[in-house]
Ligand binder design. Structure first.
Ligand code: ATP
Ligand code: MG
Length: 447
């Protein structure tokens, strides 16, 4: 494993050790190394007090006090940084999130005891310190709290979502006592900042085990996403479907790429269905207008989760338009690209793939058409074929030169010409567009 640790990180540890302190890799980076994965951040735990850490390491590295009261110094080496934290014991957690006080200690095991899960409570300084069986749990793919799960979740409710996130991203199981305690303590999530919930949720839904965890712990997710609960009680008795709305959604989610926008749009795509549910005289269920009905529900969720506006707008539009007609027709593809823009066009395309994979297998041939649509759309884009006003060969100045007076009609004429190019009625060249305008545009088009 040693060869997987960057030299700079080793150097930080050996500098502290040469000065007489203990220093070990700890937490997520060690867990990832043991799983043969590349860690994305580096945590070092040390017996040195923060001031001592700084004194030793600032001779060789740039150091910044990032959380001195919690004992953390961020150390910057050439291409990498590490958080170096003094061994500590956490005091009471009166807000279910952060310790009121922290005590520094000289004992590594005391420091490991305050950590959330056994797989995150190991340390490495050339030998492994593993007082809670983390390595065994790692190889058995188990998430287990260090100590009594009820106490650990009461201390910090965010650990509930961290457990579910690790179970999803690592595709692990949650040990029964820890699992039971997660269900029992789910309401603690009410006191956790939405930003923290959101960042855990986005990582969780991108994990390999996302659908399984969302289903097994639906009661936990419905604490902060109550709008999804009616999906579990909404059957879809029609030829296209074999699942209720919730299980269809989970199947769809598994079948879209694991990026936050794809996965979240899919999680929310049918949120409008329960409120649009009707059953006809033949007993067939319909959901007319469910895309539109999903707009306000998904807006409320994204607002609650404090998602950035641009990201939210994309997701809400995908929910709104996910059922819009997509066929492998050149003009239709161009029109969709123009109206939706490339990011939304391809997001909806992925969503449609997931949606189809979550339907009755009788209709899986639709997936081939969606693949053809993608190839076709990519060809249109690669060829630089016109589908936005920016790419139109005339602009406002050209219209002025052709005698159009300035004002709102300009935009209407440009859109009229764009439509002509998209539908193949006029070539995208300046002279042909001006001529097309002069012969085909009437004042009535301005009304
Ligand atoms: P990742 O970096 O992939 O999110 P991680 O486990 O490294 O996972 P960090 O937030 O980087 O998570 O935290 C590093 C370590 O600090 C954890 O492995 C764990 O030992 C400890 N830790 C982090 N958050 C908590 C918490 N809420 N409660 C207890 N220990 C925690
Ligand atoms: Mg980490």
């Amino acid at each position: 494993m040693d060869f997987l640790i960057p030299e700079e990180i080793k150097k930080i540890c050996t500098s502290l050790q040469s000065a007489g302190f203990e220093a070990c890799l700890v937490g997520g980076c060690l867990r990832d190394l043991l799983l043969q994965k590349e860690p994305h951040d580096w945590d070092i735990t040390t017996s040195a007090l923060p001031k001592q850490t700084e004194e030793v390491l600032s001779k060789e590295f740039y150091c910044r006090e990032t959380g001195i009261q919690h004992g953390t110094i961020t150390v910057f080496a050439d291409n990498i940084s590490a958080e170096v934290t003094t061994y500590r014991i956490d005091g009471n957690y009166s807000d279910h999130r952060r310790p009121d006080t922290v005590l520094f200690t000289r004992n590594l095991t005391e420091d490991l005891k305050r950590r959330d899960f056994t797989i995150n409570a190991m340390a490495w300084d050339g030998t492994l310190t593993d007082p809670f069986g983390g390595q065994k749990d790692l190889s058995s793919k188990i998430i287990r709290c260090v100590g009594n799960p009820n106490d650990r979740f009461q201390e910090d409710g965010l650990r509930i979502l961290r457990a579910l996130r690790f179970a999803s991203t690592l595709d692990f199981f949650i040990e029964p006592k820890t699992a039971q305690s997660i269900h029992q303590n789910r309401w603690l999530l009410k006191s956790i900042a939405m930003e923290r919930i959101c960042s855990e949720l986005l990582r969780l839904i991108c994990g390999e085990g996302a659908a399984r965890i969302l289903d097994e712990y639906q009661d936990v997710f419905f604490v902060f996403l109550p709008e999804l609960l009616p999906e579990t009680k909404c059957p879809q008795n029609n030829p296209y479907h074999i699942y209720d709305v919730w299980h269809h959604t989970l199947k769809a989610l598994e079948n879209v790429p694991p990026t936050p926008d794809r996965r979240l749009a899919t999680l929310l795509h049918d949120i409008g269905k329960p409120s649009c549910h009707t059953t006809d005289k033949n007993g067939i269920d319909h959901f007319h207008g469910h895309g539109k009905a999903g707009v306000s529900l998904s807006q409320a969720i994204l607002h609650r989760l404090r998602c950035p506006k641009k990201f939210s707008d994309l997701i809400v539009s995908a929910v709104h338009y996910h059922d819009i007609l997509y066929t492998d027709d050149e003009h239709l593809i161009r029109r969709r690209l123009q109206k939706l823009g490339e990011p939304l066009f391809f997001l909806i395309l992925d969503l449609k793939r997931g949606d189809t994979a979550g339907q009755n297998p009788l209709y899986f041939s639709r997936l081939e058409e969606l693949n053809r649509i993608e190839t076709h759309a990519q060809k249109i884009i690669a060829e630089g074929n016109c589908f936005s006003l920016k790419q139109l060969a005339v602009n406002g100045n050209d219209l002025l030169n052709a005698g159009v007076s300035p004002g709102p009609q300009m935009g209407k004429i440009l859109r009229f010409l764009l439509e002509a190019v998209i539908s193949g009625q006029c070539a995208n060249t300046k002279s042909e567009l001006i001529q097309y305008y002069q012969t085909n545009f009437s004042e009535d088009d301005l009304l």
